[in-house]
Design a protein around this ligand. Structure first.
Ligand SMILES: Nc1ncnc2c1ncn2[C@@H]1O[C@H](COP(=O)(O)OP(=O)(O)OP(=O)(O)O)[C@@H](O)[C@H]1O
Ligand SMILES: [Mg+2]
Length: 242
């Protein structure tokens, strides 16, 4: 068993199960006359319960790949398969379901809605279920519990603008977990934070994902953060390096 495999086994009890797969994913952007080939055939397997970091220089296509994996952006070529189902052959409705219930997104720039308080922001992914009055209290309780788990229970009624960057990112972590996703896709979640705050935010992120059997794909520039993950992949010139 090589070192990567050993890490994988340590990361989960079912870690050889491929939960998400990309095959020959290519992405080209057209800007006027110009074509920019960002991804040039990315094939990767994400194993259930593992932590996988994606590294690469700025502009390498990390966010682009994460968005494609999460069903947010259609690749120009290639496929993304979640639990045996091709994400971009799903109907729009199915893909929305996939995004909403299977995937938790954490973005570099938090994306909390300023006009909602912190609790409402965490509740956002469950908005559709909130139509059912009988379930509303369950979801509010879950949102509170998640805020407590990221140390923000006392701040539930605050607006995002009243929180620090680290606190906002903790709220975004809570929000990403609202619907109990299988996979959390985190795009440089600590890129805007000082290293101490970043460490604390990562601790929450790892506890609430890996600690609960979820799969984590983490984009980062930071070697130290990447090394906290079971496996590291680098995107170089539109391809997975090595
Ligand atoms: N919607 C778009 N239209 C045109 N070009 C785009 C679009 N989205 C991304 N790009 C380009 O694709 C390339 C990859 O962008 P991407 O955001 O995926 O990089 P990244 O690896 O996440 O970089 P960073 O580390 O700076 O976040 C960049 O050159 C970017 O300008
Ligand atoms: Mg990016």
């Amino acid at each position: 068993m090589n070192e990567n495999d050993a890490m994988l086994y340590r990361n989960g009890d079912d870690s050889r199960h491929v939960i998400l797969q990309s095959r020959n994913v290519c992405k080209e952007f057209r800007i006027g006359e110009n074509r920019l080939q960002v991804l040039k055939g990315i094939s990767l397997d994400v194993f259930k319960g593992e932590t996988l970091s994606l590294m690469g220089v700025s502009g390498a296509g990390k966010s682009t790949l994460l968005n494609i994996l999460g069903g947010l952006d259609r690749p120009t070529e290639g496929s993304v398969v979640f639990e045996g189902i091709d994400v971009y052959r799903m109907s729009q409705f199915q893909r929305n379901e996939y995004r909403a219930s299977r995937i938790g997104f954490i973005f570099q720039a938090y994306f909390l809605l300023p006009e909602l308080d912190v609790l409402e922001n965490v509740l956002l992914p469950a908005m559709r279920q909130l139509r059912w009055i009988s379930r509303a209290s369950y979801y509010r309780e879950r949102a509170f519990e998640l805020l407590n788990r990221v140390g923000l229970g006392e701040r539930a009624g605050h607006r995002p603008s009243e929180l620090s960057g680290g606190e906002q990112q903790r709220a975004a972590i809570a929000r990403s977990l609202m619907n109990k996703p299988d996979i959390v896709l985190a795009d440089e979640p600590t890129g805007n934070l000082d290293s101490k705050t970043g460490e604390q935010v990562l601790q929450y992120l790892f506890d609430l994902t890996v600690g609960e059997g979820r799969t984590l794909v983490l984009v980062t520039h930071n070697e130290a953060i990447a090394s906290m993950c079971g496996r590291n992949l680098h995107i170089v010139d539109g391809r997975i390096d090595g």
